[in-house]
Design a protein around this ligand. Structure first.
Ligand code: NAD
Length: 251
């Protein structure tokens, strides 16, 4: 069994997941990162950045909509390192669709990835974790405190995440495993830079003027909170949802 701690990070080839994987590598935590087939980003990039940071990130193909794939992903951490200490359910999709045009399939796919995918990730990890550890899921202000037209399916999926985390927190507390949700506002990543399904570069620049701290968030802004909530500094925090949005939702 590895002396160092081990983190599972889904959606680690880009954006927030990549920043989390590199931050863990910097902190001396070994990472098993998930990369989705068909993702345009080079998964080797995350591994290379982790190595530059003096750590290790093993990338594995992962589809959080597929139970077997998620079980294989969690098992790789056991086979490679013998343990799982931190779990970051970050993978997600964002699609825009007016309610009147939304198909059942669009709704189902969104819930499969953005909500059920979180459950599958935590379930597979919980089956293999021993005493102690931290789980963190990435929700969104769209699921908690902010209405967003043409994103009802995304909002519904993301709204489920804090509830899932609260119940898991209570259920796994006896094993010393904590579970919290993060509610990011606008973070500059491939997802938010997509001008079709999200704000795009122009929309993000305009939104920055509405944000009290005067800028859109970076993946590192979220990664720092992930490492705090999953780690020992948050030993007495569980079942909570923490907003990281530069003050957007309190203005
Ligand atoms: P991103 O697109 O860079 O990251 C999403 C990752 O999820 C990608 O690497 C993608 O390949 C992966 N993924 C997609 N479908 C998958 C599947 N079926 N199985 C496994 N992996 C899959 O964008 P991001 O902004 O870094 O997104 C990370 C998380 O943060 C998402 O859950 C997103 O909804 C959430 N979020 C982002 C913002 C923002 O402003 N960027 C705001 C709130 C919440």
């Amino acid at each position: 069994m590895s002396e160092r701690k081990v983190a599972l990070v889904t959606g680690a080839a880009s954006g927030i997941g990549q920043a989390v994987a590199v931050a863990y590598a910097q902190a001396g935590v070994a990472v098993v990162g998930g990369t989705f087939k068909g993702d345009p980003h080079d998964p080797d990039r995350t591994g290379a950045l982790a190595a530059q940071a003096g750590g290790i990130c093993v990338m594995q193909e992962l589809d959080v909509a597929d139970t077997e794939s998620v079980e294989r992903f969690a098992q790789l951490a056991i086979d490679r390192f013998g343990r799982i200490d931190h779990v970051v359910a970050n993978a997600g999709i964002l699609r825009a669709s007016p309610l009147v045009d939304m198909t059942d399939e669009q709704w189902r796919q969104m819930l499969e990835v953005d909500l059920t995918g979180v459950m599958r990730t935590f379930r597979a990890a919980a089956r293999r974790m021993r005493q102690g550890g931290g789980m963190v899921a990435i929700s969104s202000i769209a699921g908690g405190v902010y209405g967003w037209e043409e994103h009802a399916h995304y909002a519904a999926a993301k709204a489920g995440v804090p509830g899932l985390c609260r119940s898991i927190a209570v259920e796994l507390a006896g094993r010393g495993i904590r579970c919290n949700a993060i509610i990011p506002g606008l973070i500059e990543t491939p997802q938010s830079l997509d001008a079709v399904n999200s704000l795009g570069p122009v929309g993000l620049a305009a939104a920055a003027r509405m944000i009290p701290l005067g800028r859109v968030g970076t993946p590192d802004d979220v990664a720092r909170l992930v490492l705090f909530l999953a780690g020992e500094d948050a030993a007495y925090i569980t079942g909570q949802s923490v907003v990281v949005d530069g003050g957007l939702t309190v203005r």
